[in-house]
Design a protein around this ligand. Sequence first.
Ligand SMILES: Cc1ncc(COP(=O)(O)O)c(C=O)c1O
Length: 387
Amino acid sequence: MVIKKSFNNSTLFYSIVSAPVQCLYSAMRNYLKADTIRTQHIMTGTTHGGARSMGLEDITDYSTSVNPLGMHHTIYNTLRDVLDQSTEYPDIYNTSLEQDISKYLGIKPEYVTATNGATDTIYNICRHMTQKPVLIQFPIFGEYVTAAKLYNCNTILQQTDNITRDKDKFIQAIPQDGCVFVCNPSAPTGRLACHSTIHDIIKAGKDANCTVVVDECFIELTPDRDESVLKYVKRYANLVIIRTMTKSFGLAGLRVGYCIANDTITKGIRQYRIPWCIGTVAQTAAKEALKHPEHITDAHQIIRTQMPFMYNILSESPYMEPIRSDANYMVIRTKQLATTIQNKLLKRKILVRDCTSFGMPYHIRISTKTHDKNKILCEQLIESCRV
Ligand SMILES: Cc1ncc(COP(=O)(O)O)c(C=O)c1O
């Protein structure tokens, strides 16, 4: 069994020279178990951005995990009305939007910093952490490593697909005077950790004078359990939470994200925010979306029924192994390379996420849409995974 580790223009990937699938899994696990992976030599860069980034048209996109209901219907009318304001500059620092977000969350506006998607926030935080040691839960959304490396942070990856189980090991790896990134629920697996686990990490971070950034970008689309650490923001000056309206309110193309942290750290992060970073159209859509929190609870109804529906159908296939998720997306272990499955499905006008860039070349990720669309996805997926 040989695993060849190689670096292409942007991602770490593994190619199999020869091996049965089972062997590959155990070798992958051993490799990733390598406790802490230093990333000095890992090339980074965004490899995925949904159908539009791939130049695809007429495709049903299950690769990005946004609200299955899309945008709230009232946003369309609001946007028509605001288009003629587009020759004017937008609200320079998104003040009115931040006030609305703070009301929506029930916290002080001074704690909220709105940005051009959560990705913009990730870059601002890493810039604030320039040259500091940064511990990142791995696998995770790729922009954490990219941004940390851009700002010459000493980047350390801690492999874990279960932060609850691996909490002690993770806490031991927390650097002094640095920063930690964790994702809850985790991406790509969708496993939701209990808030007390994240609280322990925040406390350990405080003792090490370390900022703890908790990515909660999918937490609003994770029904039934409230495991957010929002309630700790006031108490812990080292806590930053990242959220995004691109997922929860289906505004991925409009780009609105934000971070929540107490005043001191917020002031630090805001230094790097670019003026007018969110356009008028996006600010207006976001303000309208926040008037309809029921849009998220309506999405919960779909997620609650559709995720088990898809899991049950797919787990009957001998050619794949879906992994249970608490969120609106699910990782599936496949017998063929994820790239092969993705290509087969593209011929059927379906896009799924190839998880190779997460270091998982035999896994794909799908997200839930409405029942009829999910049925089609499952049928096509079962056909495409057959070997
Ligand atoms: C875990 C996670 N955090 C943050 C982001 C960035 O979200 P945004 O579209 O708001 O930049 C993503 C995007 O896929 C993500 O998966």
